[in-house]
Ligand binder design. Structure first.
Ligand SMILES: Cc1cc2nc3c(=O)[nH]c(=O)nc-3n(C[C@H](O)[C@H](O)[C@H](O)COP(=O)(O)OP(=O)(O)OC[C@H]3O[C@@H](n4cnc5c(N)ncnc54)[C@H](O)[C@@H]3O)c2cc1C
Length: 450
């Protein structure tokens, strides 16, 4: 008889947990996954997918306006927010079902409810104890709203996806990618949008040319973007929120969305019962193989505070499954992880920023282009695309590619492969472009700007 009820007990059926569970089952492991809220986790329910659907919705506003330049007459376009949210919810429900099916078909036992760890091999769910050879913590993260007077009136991205109506005016606090994306969404859908960020420039960690170009483009579009600005207190008067800013001014809005960060969701999980080491912010401390300080307990995804991205959580989940049940110890690669910001316009980035390359003592050549996209020659929209290459002078290797402009994420995904293959600037230059596209600019930049 088996010593444990399961070979693997996964806590959390989000991006990482689902992949690890499915793969482990496919390698012959007996797997259970506990999920307390929604199958598919943050990405499917209140993250990437609904966010991107709202980004698409927001783009229509501009597209209707731009169509006139191409001879179209579009009369009185109006948004039905309730319909948009209902359609989005329908799609998410469908995806929840898809996840239930693929987990079930893989032979993974789905347990609905809140799981807690009792000891290195025991988990409890709704009072039922179960044992497992390995426990995988894949509980994700949760948004945090800073404590300030009236902050209980604010919402986070979680609630933004389910608002009963589109706010006429919205204030977004925070300068990370989620805040920037929601600024584009609300503005594009027609809300008067203010974005506040307490620092000098948002999107910390992105290349400075992305940060400055995107800020300029957002301002041009009409988003009221304010740096070195924050909220001191919030007062509610009926349906209206009065935000007192750090400069003493008071701004009214129907909603205030805090996108000021997410923390690992490791409370009420019993990690302390097993002696699992946590970082200062409550992230499970793991090694390169996602193993915690307790031999039988692994952790992946947002709860480990490495790179909070769905494909990274998935890669970590695959690696754990490969190691535990496929005899293939695998360390996920964190080099050249491409990422996009679905802002208005989009940003895409892979590899080192110019600042990072210089900090690491690379001697770099910088190639950069700003141009008006072909489409806007007829729309008349004053929008610029920015593309940039950071190149190592010594080896000629392209260290980083950065872009602000339509489809930046789609374009940079392909470039990430080139960077992972160690492509040089000479090889970029030897590649024939596809004309006329934006992407071809990445293989036709000839003049160094620095
Ligand atoms: C608004 C927003 C937009 C985003 N956009 C993108 C994007 O465009 N691209 C991208 O790559 N990433 C994006 N992300 C990040 C991405 O969603 C996360 O990195 C990813 O979901 C992390 O996966 P995970 O498996 O670690 O955790 P999650 O997907 O969060 O899953 C954790 C699961 O564990 C469950 N759980 C927690 N505790 C317990 C418990 N005790 N018992 C049972 N179940 C439990 C939770 O209910 C949840 O379902 C976005 C995130 C947000 C919030």
């Amino acid at each position: 008889m088996a010593q444990y009820d399961y070979d693997l007990f996964t806590i959390g059926a989000g991006s990482g947990g689902v992949r690890a569970s499915r793969m482990s089952a496919s390698f012959g492991a007996r797997v259970a996954v506990a999920e307390e809220r929604y199958l598919g986790g943050t990405c499917v329910n209140v993250g990437c997918i609904p966010k991107k659907l709202l980004v698409y919705a927001a783009h229509y506003g501009e597209d209707f306006a731009d169509a006139a330049g191409f001879g179209w007459t579009v009369e009185d376009p109006r948004l039905d927010w309730t319909k948009l949210i209902a359609n989005k919810d329908k799609e998410i429900k469908r995806l929840n079902g898809v996840y239930r099916t693929i987990l079930g078909d893989s032979g993974v036992k789905i347990l609905d409810g809140h799981a807690e760890i009792l000891d290195p091999h025991t988990v409890t769910l709704d009072g039922k104890k179960m044992t497992a050879k390995y426990i995988l913590v894949a509980v994700g993260g949760w948004p945090v709203v800073p404590k300030l007077p009236g902050s209980e009136h604010a919402i986070t991205s979680n609630e933004a996806f389910y608002l009963a109506s589109l706010p006429k005016r919205v204030i977004i606090v925070g300068g990370g990618y989620i805040g920037v994306e929601f600024a584009g969404i609300f503005h594009g859908l027609g809300a008067h949008t203010i974005q506040l960020y307490r620092g000098k420039s948002f999107l910390r960690g992105f290349d400075d040319d992305i940060r400055t170009t995107l800020a300029a483009e957002m301002l041009k579009r009409g988003i009221d973007l304010r740096f070195e600005a924050d909220i001191r207190r919030i007062d509610k008067d009926g349906e209206i929120l009065h935000a007192t800013l750090t400069d003493g001014s008071v701004v009214e809005s129907e909603q205030i969305l805090y996108a000021t960060g997410r923390l690992p969701k490791t409370d009420n999980l019993g990690l302390e019962n097993a002696g699992v080491g946590l970082s200062e912010i409550g992230a499970v401390v793991v090694d390169e193989y996602s193993q915690s300080n307790v031999e039988s307990i692994y952790a992946i995804g947002d709860c480990t505070d490495r790179m909070m991205l769905t494909p990274v959580a998935i890669a970590e989940g695959m690696a754990v499954a490969n190691m535990l049940f496929n005899n293939k110890p695998t360390r996920p690669r964190y080099l050249n992880v491409p990422t996009a910001v679905f802002s208005a316009p989009n940003c895409g980035t892979v590899g080192l920023t110019e600042a990072e390359a210089r900090e690491r003592n690379f001697k770099v050549d910088i190639y950069r282009t700003f141009y008006k996209p072909l489409r806007h020659t007829l729309t008349g929209r004053d929008e610029r695309t920015m593309m940039k290459l950071v190149v190592d002078q010594t080896t000629d290797k392209v260290l980083g590619c950065h872009m602000v402009g339509p489809d930046a994420g789609e374009i940079v995904q392909g470039l990430a492969i080139a960077l992972n293959c160690g492509a040089t600037k000479t090889q970029f230059d030897a590649t024939i472009g596809i004309h006329p596209t934006a992407a071809e600019e990445f293989v036709t930049m000839r003049s160094k700007v620095a």
